[in-house]
Design a protein around this ligand. Structure first.
Ligand SMILES: Nc1ncnc2c1ncn2[C@@H]1O[C@H](COP(=O)(O)OP(=O)(O)OP(=O)(O)O)[C@@H](O)[C@H]1O
Ligand SMILES: [Mg+2]
Length: 223
C-alpha cells in the first residue's frame, strides 16, 4: 500500500450478523477513490454489511474503523430509500445539505442560498429539476432513486454506502446516476460501497468486487 493512500474504512477480523454470524473473518480496507460492488444472493448479509459499516449494527466480533468526518462524512442510500413522501423533491434533496449547517438551523427553516444552489445542481445533474416541486410519494420508483441519490450527492460525503440504488433505472438513467456519483466521488476524493444485484453492471462501474459466499467475503479483482 502506498503511503499516499487514504484509508477510509478498515474492518479487522470482523464477524457480522444478528444472533448468529452471517459473514465471518472480514478483513478489508477501503481507500479513497474506490468504487466497490458487493455481490451475493438474497439474504446473505449484504445490507447487514453496509449497516455494520455505517455503525447502525454492532459487529459480533472485531473492529470497524471509519476515518470520515463525523458530521455528514457518511452518505447512506438505503434499500428502502429513506425519503419523506409528503415533502417535495427539493425539500428532500435540501435535507442532504443540512448536515453542513449549524445545529441552530432548525429543520423547518429554509436552507441558505449556498445549500440551495448545491441541491439545485444535484437535481439538475440527476435530471429531476422539473420534478422539484412534486411530492416524492407520487414519483416512480426510478425517479425516487434519483432523488435519494441527489440528496446524498448534495451532502458531499466522504463515503457513500448505496444499497441497490441502481434498481428500477433504465440504461440512460443508470448512466446519469453513475456519472453524477462518480463526479461527486472524484471531487471529494471519496469512496463508495454499493450493493448491486446485476453482476455485469457491477463489473462495469466498480474497480473492486466483494463477493459474499458461504459466510465469507471474497475479494475479486476487476482491473
Ligand atoms: N434486524 C434484524 N434482526 C434479525 N435478523 C435480521 C435483521 N435484519 C436482517 N436480518 C436477517 O439477516 C439476513 C441477512 O439480511 P440482509 O438484509 O443483510 O440480506 P441481503 O443480502 O441484503 O438480502 P437482499 O439481497 O434480499 O436485500 C436475513 O436472513 C434477514 O432475515
Ligand atoms: Mg439487502
Amino acid at each position: 500500500m502506498s503511503l499516499l493512500e487514504e484509508v477510509l474504512v478498515h474492518l479487522h477480523d470482523v464477524a457480522i450478523g444478528y444472533d448468529v454470524p452471517l459473514i465471518e473473518d472480514i478483513n478489508i480496507e477501503v481507500i479513497a477513490g474506490d468504487v466497490i460492488a458487493v455481490l451475493g444472493p438474497s439474504g446473505i448479509g449484504k445490507t447487514t454489511l453496509l449497516r455494520t459499516i455505517a455503525g447502525l449494527v454492532r459487529p459480533l466480533e472485531g473492529d470497524v474503523e471509519l476515518a470520515v468526518p463525523s458530521r455528514g462524512g457518511l452518505g447512506y442510500i438505503p434499500q428502502r430509500l429513506g425519503l419523506i413522501g409528503n415533502l417535495t423533491v427539493r425539500d428532500n434533496v435540501e435535507m442532504g445539505t443540512r448536515v453542513s449547517l449549524s445545529r441552530w438551523h432548525l429543520p423547518f427553516f429554509p436552507v441558505p442560498g449556498k445549500q440551495r444552489r448545491i441541491a439545485e445542481r444535484a437535481m439538475e445533474d440527476l435530471d429531476i429539476l422539473t420534478l422539484a416541486d412534486q411530492p416524492v410519494r407520487i414519483l416512480s420508483g426510478g425517479q425516487q432513486r434519483r432523488v435519494a441519490t441527489a440528496k446524498t450527492v448534495a451532502q458531499r460525503p466522504k463515503l457513500v454506502l448505496a444499497d441497490e440504488f441502481l434498481g428500477e433505472l433504465d440504461d440512460d438513467n443508470v448512466e446519469i446516476v453513475m456519472e453524477t456519483v462518480r463526479q461527486a466521488i472524484d471531487a471529494q476524493n471519496s469512496a463508495m460501497i454499493m450493493v448491486e444485484h446485476h453482476e455485469e453492471l457491477a463489473k462495469e462501474v466498480a474497480n473492486r468486487i466483494w463477493r459474499i459466499k458461504d459466510g465469507r467475503l471474497i475479494e475479486e479483482l476487476v482491473r
